[in-house]
Design a protein around this ligand. Structure first.
Ligand code: GDP
Length: 342
């Protein structure tokens, strides 16, 4: 029987956030840095998460009590298509080391972030957690999806065999500060913000949107997801897997209209049907986390405004052809792994 005891607060707790330089990891740092938790943050140069021995040693020396396991190799459809072996190897190694290390070093609770591509493409909508492993996966991202499914299965197996309090969550499409605004490799919100902004700057009458505008996507602001991960960490979770969505989706055409408004683009929205639509719909059924009491707080309009602010700030300071690098600010209560100099 898995442990379900609740954690009372983050105060004074030693919390390891893996992947703290990414979009979600840095939102977790922002969200926890005002608590008086002791945040354990390691860069890749300091701790290679694919190295089992190094991870085990680091965990034995630093003894995290709570773990948000966010760090993973992620990428768009092109990267997934060309580097499937890397996605599979890195993610299997990283999560095996972190999750098994959490068991061996007595971590009290671990929350693992999976992905909405773990569900079968033909899953009934809205997609319930029970749809996992009931059908074929999207072939374009199968290796990545299989690695994340293995992580969910680890949480489940360690709960069953060892009573570990390990929980996986599946988010919908994320957006917000710290996103990847690469012109081709970004996700829909970041890609559209950039194209609407550049159309406005160029005085163009056309804002080009990929596909025919008919697919639907469920969106969640990264700060809402960070709050949800904290909520799941503190809640008495009795399942190994929770969907964490806002509960509804928008048609890409509706999203394009909203983005044009937020950016202040006044021209026409034009659909580029030579670009793929992808999956038509992947709405999550998030009733299990709703039953625990979590609700998202950020409306699309307010969330898109914060994303656009982040984009504009970085557009003026970063290499405009890239804009995919992101370094989170250092957290005040952070400690480093022994033997590092920063
Ligand atoms: P997905 O949920 O994994 O498919 O991820 P995305 O965030 O890339 O969303 C893709 C959907 O948004 C598809 O229906 C695309 O046709 C549509 N879309 C419209 N404009 C863009 C864009 O500029 N970038 C991306 N990535 N998708 C876009």
């Amino acid at each position: 029987m898995a442990a379900e005891g609740s954690i009372n607060s983050f105060s004074g707790r030693r919390i390891w956030i893996t992947g703290h330089r990414g979009m979600l990891g840095s939102a977790m740092v922002r969200s926890l840095e005002r608590s008086d938790a002791e945040l354990l943050l390691t860069t890749r140069a300091e701790l290679d998460l694919t190295d089992a021995g190094a991870v085990r040693r680091w965990m034995q020396e630093n003894r995290p009590e709570l773990v948000f396991h966010i760090g993973a190799k992620v990428g768009g459809i092109h990267a997934n298509a060309t580097l499937p072996a890397d996605f599979l190897y890195d993610n299997l190694m990283i999560q095996t080391n972190v999750i098994d290390g959490a068991h061996k070093t007595g971590v009290e609770k671990l929350v693992f972030v999976a992905s909405n591509c773990t569900y079968p493409t033909n899953a009934e909508q809205p997609i319930r957690e029970e749809a996992l492993l009931t059908g074929p996966l999207d072939g374009n991202i199968r290796a990545y999806a299989v690695s994340k499914i293995a992580g969910i299965e680890m949480c489940r197996s360690y709960r069953t065999q060892h009573g570990s309090n390990f929980v996986a969550i599946v988010p919908p499409n994320l957006y917000g500060p710290g996103d990847n605004y690469h012109p081709q490799h970004s996700h829909v919100v970041a890609g559209m913000l950039r194209r609407a902004h550049e159309a406005k700057l160029a005085g163009s009458q056309e804002f080009i949107v990929w596909g025919d505008g008919l697919p639907r996507r469920e969106l969640l602001h990264v700060d809402d997801l960070a709050a949800a991960l904290k909520y799941v960490m503190l809640a008495p979770t009795k399942h190994e897997l929770y969907n964490v969505g806002c509960g509804y989706d928008l048609q890409i055409s509706e999203l394009a209209t909203l983005i044009a408004e937020v950016v202040g683009f006044k021209g026409e929205i034009v659909y580029d049907r030579s670009k793929p639509n992808g999956t038509m719909r992947k709405l999550l059924d998030s009733s299990k986390i709703r039953a625990l009491g979590w609700l998202p707080q950020i409306t699309e309009r307010a969330g898109l405004a914060t994303a656009y602010d982040d984009f504009r700030r970085r557009y003026t300071t970063e290499e405009p052809h890239e804009m995919h690098r992101f370094e989170a600010a250092r957290a005040p209560h952070m400690i480093r792994s022994p033997g590092t100099t920063e």
